[in-house]
Design a protein around this ligand. Structure first.
Ligand SMILES: [Zn+2]
Length: 228
């Protein structure tokens, strides 16, 4: 049991009028998955261990999402937003480490070299120096792209190298990863910010931003129960 997590969930549970004893912990799910169920008056919550380092407000938001479902009430949009924003950033950028790749920018349907040049011309005045580009070997369905600073390499999930994928989605991933190159490391109160506000603002300028996010959510949604 995780005492801090338990405290957060207990508070939310009380706020929603529940009287359950809470037993919660992090669980090393392969994907970002969270579950909640009630058995004999005890509320059991298992949160993905990928959320361990999340800020308290994200954990609170998750608790509201899970417990509102148990209660059968609508989840307040602000909780969905806080949770989804955090997950989105994890999905797009984090823990891509185990993915070995083909060192080949030319996939079956999309050429990452071409896409890089298009995006660099359109949005960066050709000022980004081209990093290594490749498709991932594993068809990662939660993490769609990653910029590895030490290798100076952008990897895109080969799950997207499909005929049915709209080109703008691959372009969006490329755009996002190129913003990482442009922004470098940003620190706020000594903590590294992966996606600072200025990054997000620029990201939202991508013309198909919303459509791309919707598409990626759909793709990653196949195995998802509590993420939306
Ligand atoms: Zn990112």
């Amino acid at each position: 049991m995780d005492a801090k997590l338990n405290q957060i969930i207990s508070n939310v549970s009380l706020n929603l009028g529940f009287r359950y004893k809470v037993v919660s912990d992090y669980y090393p799910y392969k994907s970002i998955k969270n579950t909640a169920r009630v058995k004999k008056g005890v509320l059991y919550v298992r949160a993905s261990d990928k959320l361990k380092d999340a800020p308290q407000e994200v954990k609170e938001a998750l608790a509201y999402v899970l417990l509102s479902k148990i209660k059968g009430i609508r989840v307040a949009p602000r909780y969905k937003r806080v949770y989804n924003d955090y997950i989105h950033n994890l999905i797009i950028n984090e823990s891509f480490d185990n993915i070995k790749g083909i060192h080949e920018p030319n996939g079956s349907y999309f050429n990452l070299d071409e896409i890089f040049h298009t995006i660099n011309t359109k949005y960066f005045s050709n000022e980004i120096t081209k990093p290594a580009l490749r498709w991932s070997k594993r068809r990662a369905y939660r993490i769609f792209g990653r910029y590895d600073r030490s290798k100076n390499e952008i990897v895109v999930s080969s799950l997207l190298d499909e005929k049915k994928t709209p080109k703008y989605v691959v372009e969006y991933i490329m755009y996002h990863e190129m913003l990482h190159i442009k922004f470098g490391f940003t620190y706020k109160r000594g903590r590294r910010k992966i996606h600072p506000g200025s990054f997000k603002k620029e990201e939202e300028k991508f013309p198909y931003y919303k459509e791309s996010i919707d598409y990626l959510k759909k793709v990653s949604g196949r195995e998802r129960k509590f993420i939306f």
